[in-house]
Structure formats: structure tokens, C-alpha cells
Write a protein that binds this ligand. Structure first.
Ligand code: UD1
Length: 334
């Protein structure tokens, strides 16, 4: 079966390409390499020892996307491509709305035109806003605090409406919690641009000595130790979740949380990292980061029930694999 993977050279997309190739699927990557490294495509091939096709295209370019649909007999699409930096989305909202929403529209239109029925969409737990934990798929979504989050909520809504009007479509909307970790080979992982915004990449850069100390954004939340609680999920589990979603489709648009169902505080994560890797992480407590919520973790029962999938890897392997990848990174890739 042929699967088009947009953003297949990115962090989650590349790990999913590996899972798809290992499961016997043919993979066609569409990526414009704006926020990732083209070397990743070769690394996917090195890791899996399998061939793949890739096209350097912008997914908002309808003509290029139609060419790909014409050229391959596609059985499905996984749409990862998108801008994802919260801060940047506040500075460049037009870019975010245009890129993230138009790419979804272009792909949905091509799916209808070329009779490709299976569609998997990368969404985010950010669409829940400040709901009460654990987050359940049926909750009313609350406004997010940034354009990035809004593009995810909008794309979800668009896909649900399109699926309702076209019952042949089988759409899975996957709401990711906090992906961390890297492939066990240490060859691919997350490579944020500049100073990382997310916790795990910041921790690994402190461990490496590239950053001096971690700032813990607030210790006065109503959580186990006052620091923010998140549902960290190993990127390899997330990748397997996509394969499960592709294999367990049904008519209409279905929404699934992909997380572990377990919350970990910032201090617990630091502690787990120190224990797993035997490295001290210097930190200081600072003010809360604006837009942050106290707690975010998933109710994962729907994915388990309907996709027969659940996350298997624990926080120790997340910390070890993140650190292995960071150690392998050459300085000039920062
Ligand atoms: C962030 C985004 C979210 C996005 C997700 C992708 C914000 C407000 N939210 O989620 O929309 O889907 O990334 O992975 O940016 N922390 C520190 N010090 C740091 C960095 C983070 O204490 O240097 C804390 C945060 O306050 C939070 C936790 O660590 O409690 C996790 O933060 P982060 O990795 O940025 O993820 P989210 O905020 O959950």
C-alpha cells in the first residue's frame, strides 16, 4: 500500500515513516525541508534498509500535490507538515493560518478528486485549552492562546465536516500529547531551531553543557509539586499509533488522544533524566510562562479500545533515547 507522508522528514513524521516501512508499507514523502534536515530522508533509509520516494514540495501548492496523487496510486495520506512554534505563530499569524489550514484543504480536495479515502491528521492536545484533566475526546474544545493551536482546531473542524459530507472518507484525527525521545539508533530525533521552547530538548542541551541551567516555569500550580504536569509520550509509541490508526479505519472522522495517560511534573522529569543518564541538571525556579496550563494528560481509553494501541515506553527510555540523540548531534547542526 502506498502512503503519502507530508512532513515525513520532520520529527514525528520521520519516526512514523520508519514504522510504516517496517510494517511493509510504501512511503512517499512530501516535504519542503523548511524546518528539518534533508539528511533525515537518508537516515530513514539507513535505519530501515528500505527504499522510499520523496518530493520536495510545499503542501499548499495544489498543482504539485495533484501531480503526486496522479503519479502514485495512493491508499492513504498522513498529514504531518505544518508550522508548530507557538511564539512564532503569534508573530506571523497569517503564515500559520495559511500554511496549516491551506495544506489540509489542498490534501482533502486531492483525496476526494483521486478517491483516496484514508486520511490521518496530526493534531495536538493544545486544542483542549484549559479543560479539566484527564482530557477526553468528547470534551468541548476551549480556545487556545495562540494561532498555532487555532490552526489545529480549525483543521479538525474542516475534516469533520468534509467526512460528514463524504461518507467514503475514513479520517483519523490524532491529538498528540507531549512527544519526546528519539529513535533508539540515535540517528534521528528532534532538532529544534535556536533555543528550545519545549522542556525535553532544553534539558538535553543543559545536560550537554550547551545551555547553563534550566528555568522551571513556576512552582505554584495546583499539581503534585507545584510544577507543570504533562503527558510525555515516546515518539516511537506515537509512530506506532499512526500505523494502528491507519490499520483500524472506519467511515467518518474519528478523534483519538495519543498519550500515555500518565502525568509527569517538570521536577519529576528532571529527576527521571538525572537517574536515567547519571547527569545532574542544574535548574532554577522562575515565573510561570504565559499561556501555560497547570496540567495536561490524556484519557487514553478510546485509542486502546478502538485502535488496539497503547504507549509502551516509560519515562526512563524517553530520557535515555533523547539524551543518546543529543550526544550524537554535531555542534554545527544546532
Ligand atoms: C507546548 C505548547 C503546545 C504544543 C507542545 C508541543 C506552549 C504554551 N504549548 O506544550 O501547544 O502542542 O508544546 O510539544 O508552548 N517548561 C519549563 N521550562 C522550559 C520549558 C518548559 O519549566 O524551559 C515546563 C512548561 O511550563 C510545562 C512543561 O515544562 O509545564 C512542558 O512544556 P513544553 O515542553 O513547552 O510543552 P507544553 O507547554 O505542554
Amino acid at each position: 500500500m502506498n502512503i503519502l507522508v507530508t512532513g515525513g522528514a520532520g520529527y514525528i513524521g520521520s519516526h512514523t515513516c520508519i514504522a510504516l516501512l517496517n510494517a511493509g508499507y510504501s512511503v512517499i514523502i512530501a516535504d519542503n525541508f523548511t524546518n528539518c534536515n534533508r539528511e533525515t530522508v537518508n537516515k530513514i533509509v539507513d535505519i530501515t534498509k528500505k527504499k522510499l520516494h520523496f518530493h520536495e514540495v510545499d503542501v499548499t501548492n495544489e498543482r504539485s500535490i495533484n501531480e503526486i496523487f496522479k503519479r502514485y496510486k495512493l491508499d492513504g495520506v498522513m498529514h504531518f507538515a505544518g508550522h508548530k512554534a507557538i511564539g512564532e505563530s503569534l508573530e506571523k499569524p497569517l503564515n500559520y493560518y495559511y500554511n496549516n489550514v491551506v495544506s489540509t484543504l489542498v490534501l482533502a480536495k486531492a483525496c476526494l478528486k483521486y478517491n483516496v479515502n484514508r486520511f490521518i491528521f496530526s493534531s495536538s492536545a493544545t486544542v483542549y485549552g484549559d479543560n479539566k484533566t484527564p482530557f477526553v475526546e468528547t470534551m468541548t474544545l476551549l480556545p487556545t492562546t495562540n494561532p498555532y493551536g487555532e490552526t489545529k482546531a480549525m483543521s479538525e473542524r474542516i475534516l469533520v465536516d468534509i467526512a460528514n459530507a463524504n461518507p467514503q472518507l475514513q479520517i483519523s484525527i490524532l491529538r498528540y500529547f507531549n512527544p519526546v525521545g528519539a529513535h533508539e539508533s540515535g540517528l534521528i530525533g528532534e532538532t529544534p531551531n535556536g533555543i528550545p521552547n519545549n522542556l525535553m530538548p532544553y534539558v538535553t542541551q543543559v545536560a550537554k553543557g550547551k545551555l547553563k541551567r534550566l528555568k522551571v516555569f513556576g512552582n505554584d500550580y495546583a499539581t503534585v509539586d507545584g510544577t507543570g504536569v504533562r503527558d510525555y509520550i515516546h515518539v516511537l509509541d506515537l509512530a506506532d499509533g499512526h500505523v494502528a490508526a491507519f490499520q483500524n479505519t472506519s467511515s467518518g472522522a474519528r478523534i483519538f488522544n495519543l498519550g500515555t495517560g500518565k502525568g509527569t511534573s517538570v521536577l519529576e522529569l528532571i529527576n527521571a533524566f538525572e537517574k536515567a543518564n547519571g547527569i545532574k541538571i542544574p535548574y532554577e525556579i522562575t515565573n510561570r510562562r504565559s499561556g501555560d496550563i497547570a496540567s495536561c494528560y490524556a484519557d487514553v481509553s478510546k485509542a486502546k479500545r478502538e485502535l488496539d494501541w497503547e504507549a509502551k515506553r516509560d519515562i526512563v527510555s524517553m530520557c535515555k533515547d533523547s539524551w543518546r540523540f543529543e550526544q550524537n548531534l554535531k555542534e554545527n547542526t544546532f
